[in-house]
Ligand binder design. Structure first.
Ligand code: AHR
Length: 384
């Protein structure tokens, strides 16, 4: 910039000198005396010209500054994230994780849409990302089907899609999926229950299930996984109804279960922590005793901080984690794509199973021995 300024000044000075030179050529026979005023005039012209040049340089510098600033914002990677909604503690942790990872400071321009559990709104959010021309689209699909048309539109627009958490069953037009194995979570709950009832000498299992959002892969995996063990063990599943992964939904379903199945059930499985909180309120109101050593075994999924506190309080007997912190792994996928690589098609986020010491029993899932974690203050502190 300094060199440019000097060269512009020199150009100005030379131009001014030439002008002065031309002026001198028109009066070749002039006497020596008027030479001083002519020199002054030339000096003035040089000064004028120099000022003009400085102004030009300052203007040019301003333009360059603006260009640099624009290049900075264009340098961010534009990411659109169509989030399921805000139905649970798990969801809040997932949203925060994504917003932390895909921040301006980390080099991203994140467009975040909370789809409020509305499938049509989620597709519209994806289409709005295509219109914006984002670099990447992240989708946490509310339900597993109905995706091929909009994913084809993403494909046609050349925008890579990364699926997070829940899966898509009817399209393969995405680069990677990053999330938990819901079927294994359901089987783990079933296998733990088998080992626990055996250890407690409980002969009969009469279970009630409060399911998540019907058609979501989290619901399908957990329901199917538990049912597989229930069928193998000949347990009775008295009923299955959805609580839509919300506390209000869990309470409503449990209120109706307490009326319809009073005194007939000894296991309640809630497909997330928030449903379990609602079910606890309904059982408290109906005078049903639950938790380790009580009439009803309460099983939950997610193991968020609030869920683990209820394990510690002796309300939830076992809690099967679904880790919501997948965003750093999704960023890894984007970095791989940015560097021209091919990311893995499926990346599993590991989960843990939690209980109080007395409810920790040995069990396997598909022949693989599982390790349970005892809930302590430190464990709760480290959770989300
Ligand atoms: O898809 C993950 C599930 O959705 C979590 O278990 C639940 O809490 C959430 O709402």
């Amino acid at each position: 910039m300094k060199k440019k300024l000097i060269s512009m000044l020199l150009t100005g000075v030379m131009t001014a000198s030439l002008l002065a030179g031309c002026g001198g050529a028109t009066a070749p026979t002039a006497p020596a005396a008027p030479a001083a005023p002519a020199a002054e005039a030339v000096e003035e012209k040089v000064e004028e010209k120099a000022e003009e040049v400085v102004e030009d340089v300052e203007e040019a510098a301003e333009e360059v500054k603006e260009e640099v600033a624009d290049a900075g914002s264009d340098g961010l990677i534009a990411v659109g994230f169509a989030q399921v909604g805000h139905e649970s503690d798990w969801r809040t942790a997932s949203t925060k994780s994504c917003q932390d990872v895909f921040s301006k400071e980390n080099g991203y321009d994140l467009s975040f849409v909370d789809c409020d559990n509305d499938e049509a709104a989620q597709k519209e959010a994806v289409r709005s990302f295509i219109e914006q021309g984002v670099d990447y689209i992240i989708i946490d699909p509310i339900i597993a089907t109905g995706w091929d048309t909009v994913l084809t539109e993403c494909d046609d627009a050349g925008i890579p899609v990364i699926v997070i958490d829940r899966t898509i069953d009817d399209s393969d037009k995405y680069v990677s999926w990053v999330g938990s194995d819901f079927l294994t979570e359901g089987k783990a709950a079933g296998e733990w229950l088998k080992a626990y009832v055996d250890a407690q000498g409980i002969k009969e299992v009469n279970a009630l299930i409060i399911q998540g959002t019907i058609g979501s892969s989290a619901q399908i995996g957990r329901t199917d996984g538990f049912q597989e063990i229930a069928d193998r063990e000949g347990w009775t599943v008295l009923d299955k109804q959805t609580g839509d992964f919300t506390e209000a939904g869990g309470q409503e379903v449990m209120e109706s279960y307490c009326k319809s199945y009073a005194g007939k059930f000894n296991v309640v499985i809630c497909e997330n922590d928030n449903e379990a909180f609602g079910a606890m309120t309904a059982m408290d109101n109906a005078g049903v005793k639950y938790g380790p050593g009580n009439d009803v075994i309460l099983i939950s999924y997610d193991a968020c901080t609030a869920g683990l506190k209820e394990v510690q309080a002796g309300k939830i007997t076992a809690d099967f984690e679904c880790n919501p912190l997948a965003a750093p792994t999704v960023e890894g996928v984007i970095k791989t794509l940015e560097s021209g690589g091919t990311p893995e098609a499926q990346i599993l986020v590991p989960d843990n199973w939690y209980a109080l010491k007395d409810a920790i029993v040995d069990f396997s899932v598909d022949g693989n021995a599982q390790k349970m974690i005892e809930v302590t203050d430190e464990v709760i502190e480290a959770q989300y």
